[in-house]
Design a protein around this ligand. Structure first.
Ligand code: URA
Length: 290
């Protein structure tokens, strides 16, 4: 009886702190994995290079794809021995892979095959986008949560429902906006993505914005604004300010606002988000009148 009570208490504790998937029975030392991977890579490079030759540039193929071709097939493995650990090489591979996408469909396929981000190993699905890719407005959140991971679509959980109501309040819905996240895989237990995970995923969202080519970007929350606007200002300082964003082919307007999940926790702040959404509506109305 005492064992059952202890096990129940442990499961309850896990649930409260947000643990909702079991990855394996033994702990994995990712730092040690990373060190060994780096050493192996360095010795391979040293063995392949003629004496005195410069270090070869990263190949177009993705590092983890080379190492684990079986990982390309869906569904994704839940437990990943030898999962890719973020490194400078993965960031370089992500840049090359993202730059090679000629369309949004292409980008989705490339992301589905990309194994350079460890979050892919624990996520159930790739959460690429929802809404209308031809819309004038593109909204970018931080990373999917559990509901999004289940559905394979961004902002479908409670914060997504609030977002839908906020959009409806200014006469928009998902046919009039395109929605994505900086990080397209759910971090385990809904933890915040690490700076390295964000860095690896960033080239893909930057390319996604360039390919969707919206007139207006909305950063949903400080993480999205920090990753894409490159500002260190906190979201409460940044929100409501119109910024310039360079898509690579043109300069568009970007507005940072409060994340719907934050608004669920701090409903009093909805008045600030409401101001931002009114500002967005005014901007869209003015531009359609031009
Ligand atoms: N929060 C996000 O930032 N993105 C989602 O898709 C869901 C919740």
């Amino acid at each position: 009886m005492a064992e059952i009570a202890a096990a129940t208490a442990l499961v309850e504790f896990y649930r409260e702190v947000g643990v909702d998937i079991a990855l394996g029975e033994a702990p994995v030392d990712r730092f040690e994995e990373s060190r060994l991977e780096l050493e192996a890579r360095q010795s391979r490079a040293a063995a392949a290079a003629p004496a005195g030759a410069p270090r070869p540039a990263a190949s177009v193929r993705l590092p983890a794809e080379r190492a684990r071709p079986e990982a390309q097939s869906q569904p994704q493995a839940r437990v990943a021995p030898g999962a890719a650990v973020p490194s400078g090489d993965e960031v370089a591979a992500a840049r090359e892979a993202a730059a090679s996408a000629a369309s949004l469909d292409d980008l989705r396929d490339i992301l589905a095959r990309f194994n350079g981000c460890n979050l892919k190993q624990t996520a159930k699905t790739l959460v690429f986008a929802d809404g209308n890719p031809a819309a004038r407005v593109m909204l970018v959140g931080e990373a999917p949560g559990r509901d999004e991971d289940e559905a394979g679509l961004p902002f479908v959980g409670r914060s997504g429902q609030l977002l839908d109501r906020m959009l409806a309040a200014i006469g928009l819905d998902r046919t009039a906006v395109y929605i994505a996240n900086v990080v397209p895989w759910r971090p385990p237990g809904n933890r915040t993505p690490t700076p390295q995970e964000t860095e690896i995923c960033k080239p893909f969202i930057v390319r996604q914005i360039a390919l969707a080519d919206p007139d207006v970007l909305v950063f949903l929350g400080g993480a999205s604004a920090a990753a894409l606007a490159g500002t260190k200002d906190g979201i409460l300082k940044l929100r409501g300010r119109w910024l310039d964003y360079d898509t690579g082919s043109r300069r568009i307007k970007a507005l940072a606002t409060l994340h719907p999940a934050y608004l669920l926790r701090q409903p009093i702040q909805k008045r600030l988000a409401w101001r931002d959404f009114l500002s967005l509506k005014r901007h869209l109305d003015e531009k359609s009148g031009e």
